[in-house]
Design a protein around this ligand. Sequence first.
Ligand SMILES: CC(C)(COP(=O)(O)OP(=O)(O)OC[C@H]1O[C@@H](n2cnc3c(N)ncnc32)[C@H](O)[C@@H]1OP(=O)(O)O)[C@@H](O)C(=O)NCCC(=O)NCCS
Length: 164
Amino acid sequence: MLRAATTDDLGAIMAIERSSFPTDAWSEAMMRAELESPHNHYVVAEEAGVLVGYAGVRAPAGASDGDVQTIALDANRRGRGTGRALLHALLEFAAERRVHEMFLDVRADNPIAQGLYVSEGFREIARRPNYYAADGVDGIVMRLDLRAWTDARNPSTDDAGVCT
Ligand SMILES: CC(C)(COP(=O)(O)OP(=O)(O)OC[C@H]1O[C@@H](n2cnc3c(N)ncnc32)[C@H](O)[C@@H]1OP(=O)(O)O)[C@@H](O)C(=O)NCCC(=O)NCCS
């Protein structure tokens, strides 16, 4: 089950944050600011009442572009479609805010996350050498045409059923 995150989720989110990103986890203060920002939308995944994942998007009202801020699942709950469901929730929220294009940064040594993003239509547009400096890992900047993504999920019915 997915639902909007609240600051009551902070402790459970931080536990997953720290275990998922051991060298570059956000601080609790940073995560709280993320959850409280009116420009952001955070979603959590729950299984049997237990928070197993979270994801967030930055999509300020009126802006034409947005950012996938983060996404992570408890290590025991990965590979079962929940990450994709969380990403879809973020992209749907951004589309409702009339965002046109989405951006994100992903570690060059994270092929699993890259695979998820590419399968949704994100494409690499830039590399940031040593962006993840604690590990000496490059960052890959990816972009998604969100209107194309939305169109692909909701094909126009203009021509459907038209007999001539
Ligand atoms: C990245 C992450 C959120 C993906 O969530 P998930 O629930 O494991 O992924 P899903 O089951 O929804 O799978 C989505 C896609 O991810 C990729 N993927 C998932 N698990 C994979 C694996 N073990 N090997 C290779 N690709 C994998 C595939 O492209 C998959 O699509 P497919 O099922 O059609 O092949 C999750 O693995 C995670 O929390 N990783 C640690 C934190 C992290 O790296 N976050 C991203 C920061 S940019």
